[in-house]
Write a protein that binds this ligand. Structure first.
Ligand SMILES: O=c1[nH]c(=O)c2nc[nH]c2[nH]1
Ligand SMILES: [Zn+2]
Length: 468
């Protein structure tokens, strides 16, 4: 992997301007400095013009900067932001049978997570998880890890060395809903372990420029009131972000009612422990009442929509349009391995399809468009992780977290025609050459995969490239 140096990116660039508008620029140039920050964006540029104009003006010296050119039909797109993913569940991706949340946790999830106490297994699983998600264009991930401090710290080390922007959560779970062999011994021990991971991450990335801790109460049924009170206090003290699950499954709702009979609803449980803040990411949020939606909005908490998981373990259909109409910030999460795929592109198309199922209930307005789901995966996700000033789009001052998307040669191109068979090997999307740019993007969203993610950068550093 190359170190960060100044870079000039040339060609076509696509990003989300707003929730329902994509912006496509051709013959553009993006200049990225040695800190990975976009310092200029220019139109009508090729390499020669850049060398004649901006490069000397900026004092860039030949040999000290790299040039990356998108070929005809290829485009740069902002990196995807996975706002909710479980790294230790990676080996279980695709394994869930007919289970639903509570039996899935006991049968598949806790045994796998518990086994990551073994550091060499954790090293193997986390290394592959980080590399695999990067290869699908995930430049930022909000990770749940396990209860184990050494393995959780290792995940942080790997993200930093491989180069993925990440939030790392040591998983807090001290209630007897979890097996004796896989739970925190006490609220005090859970807090000490959480602080140990915070201190490790502070030692490897003091300004949290790439990797940050995130407070992670697994979900209300896994945590005692004492633990949630202490985590709320720790959030107040440190201002660290928080991630948890909410309102995913009807059995879980009944359990929360039983465990917290005096609290009005699930959202109020987190609120009563000071865990519902503008820095809280709530995964799922499927079965919320109007009062809960109003409280989430009032607290400015964020939602991670996990459509692939919601369908896989039969949790329900999240009403994304209703949440958007209420002005709540929403991003996408794979929730692997509740969701079967590590790919945000897969989450994106599942979000589109689930919204069609919601629409079949009678309201056509609930359908999500391609533009909207791409927004959720980029700028929306950036708001969910409170990094909207740094990532999510191509704007001067933002950091260069990006992916280069390509489809091989268009089949109708003179040269491409002879390469037809090669193209079928390289890309699952057949481009004929007559598609509009909107159509190219739609074909990528519905039929593309990691074979189309030719290269990936985080903070200006090349972190993944398909071998040429
Ligand atoms: O989708 C989920 N994945 C999990 O690991 C989990 N734990 C509690 N609730 C959960 N939901
Ligand atoms: Zn989850």
């Amino acid at each position: 992997m190359s170190p960060t140096k100044k870079s000039l990116f040339l060609g076509s660039f696509v990003h989300c301007k707003s929730l329902d508008e994509l912006e496509t620029r051709h013959d553009a140039a993006v200049f990225v400095d040695e800190h990975g920050v976009i310092v200029a964006i220019e139109q009508d540029m090729d390499l020669q013009r850049a060398k004649d104009t901006l490069i000397p003006q900026m004092g860039w010296v030949e040999g000290e900067y790299a040039v990356h050119m998108a070929k005809k039909g290829e485009f740069f797109f902002p990196g995807f932001i996975d706002t909710h993913i479980h790294a230790p569940q990676f080996p279980n991706a695709g394994i869930f049978g007919k289970s639903t949340l509570l039996d899935w946790l006991l049968k598949y999830t806790f045994p796998m997570e518990s086994s990551l106490a073994n550091l060499s297994k954790a090293q193997m699983v986390y290394n592959r998880c980080v590399k695999r998600t990067l290869s699908h264009g995930t430049t930022t991930a909000s990770y749940y890890a396990t209860i184990h401090v050494p393995a959780t710290n290792l995940l942080a080390d790997l993200c930093l060395s491989i180069g993925q922007r990440a939030f790392i959560g040591r998983c807090c779970m001290d209630s007897d809903m979890s097996p004796d062999t896989y739970r925190d011994e006490s609220p005090q021990q859970a807090i000490e372990a959480t602080k140990a991971t915070i201190s490790h991450i502070s030692s490897i990335d003091p300004s949290y420029s790439l990797v940050s801790p995130i407070l992670t109460p697994r979900f209300a049924p896994s945590c005692s009131s004492e633990l949630m009170t202490s985590l709320g206090a720790l959030h107040k003290e440190t201002d660290l972000p928080i991630q948890t699950h909410i309102s995913e499954n009807v059995g879980e709702l009944a359990l929360v009612k039983q465990l917290f009979p005096d609290i009005k609803d699930y959202t109020s449980v987190y609120d009563s422990f000071s865990l519902l803040t503008r820095k809280t990411i709530l995964a799922h949020a499927i079965h919320l009442s109007d009062d809960e939606i109003a409280l989430i909005k009032e607290r400015k908490a964020k939602i991670s929509h996990c459509p692939c998981s919601n369908s896989s373990i039969t949790s329900g259909t999240c009403k994304v349009r209703q949440l958007l109409d209420n002005g709540i910030d929403i991003g996408l999460g794979t929730d692997m391995s509740g969701g079967y795929s590590p790919s945000i592109l897969e989450a994106l198309r599942q979000a589109v399809l689930v919204s069609r199922h919601v629409a079949m209930g009678g309201d056509d307005n609930t359908k999500l468009s391609i533009e909207e789901v791409l927004y959720l995966a980029t700028r929306g996700g950036a708001k969910v992780v409170n990094l909207e000033d740094k990532i999510g789009g191509f704007d001067v001052g933002k950091e260069w977290d990006a992916q280069l998307i390509g489809f091989g040669a268009d089949i109708s191109d003179e040269e491409g025609a002879t390469d037809e068979i090669n193209q079928m090997d390289e890309s699952p999307v057949d481009m004929f050459g007559w598609e509009t740019w909107d159509d190219r993007i739609a074909k990528w969203v519905y039929n593309g995969d990691d074979r189309n993610t030719l290269a990936v950068w985080v903070k200006g550093r090349l972190v993944h490239e398909i071998r040429k």
